[in-house]
Ligand binder design. Structure first.
Ligand SMILES: [Ca+2]
Length: 100
């Protein structure tokens, strides 16, 4: 994950800013609307520093993959009515992945 993270950290700052995060998701085929990605980014950026570290990035990826799987299995497209998964639900998602 660190290698991947460093690749996406295009300015070598040691953190991903919004632009780098959106570009990273797009490159990985996680084609969510930019507004959705930015919203999740800001949720993950607890201290408002404008960048996320490798751990936060890795947690966000888990959520995005989970959301995409949910979209594929339910046939729902992502829109304003889509459920908003909070970072605090990560533990629950881990359980969901293990039990399914
Ligand atoms: Ca950076």
């Amino acid at each position: 994950m660190k290698v991947l993270f460093d690749r996406f950290d295009t300015d070598g700052s040691g953190g991903l800013d919004e632009k780098e995060f959106v570009a990273a998701c797009t490159l990985m085929g996680l084609n969510f609307p930019t507004t959705e990605l930015v919203m999740m980014f800001r949720e993950a950026d607890d201290d408002g520093s404008g960048v996320i570290d490798v751990e936060e990035f890795s947690e966000l990826l888990k959520i995005l993959r989970w959301k995409r799987m949910d979209m594929l299995t339910t046939g729902h497209t992502l829109n304003n009515n889509a459920p908003k998964y909070k970072i605090s639900s990560i533990g629950m998602m881990h359980n969901w992945q293990v039990s399914n």
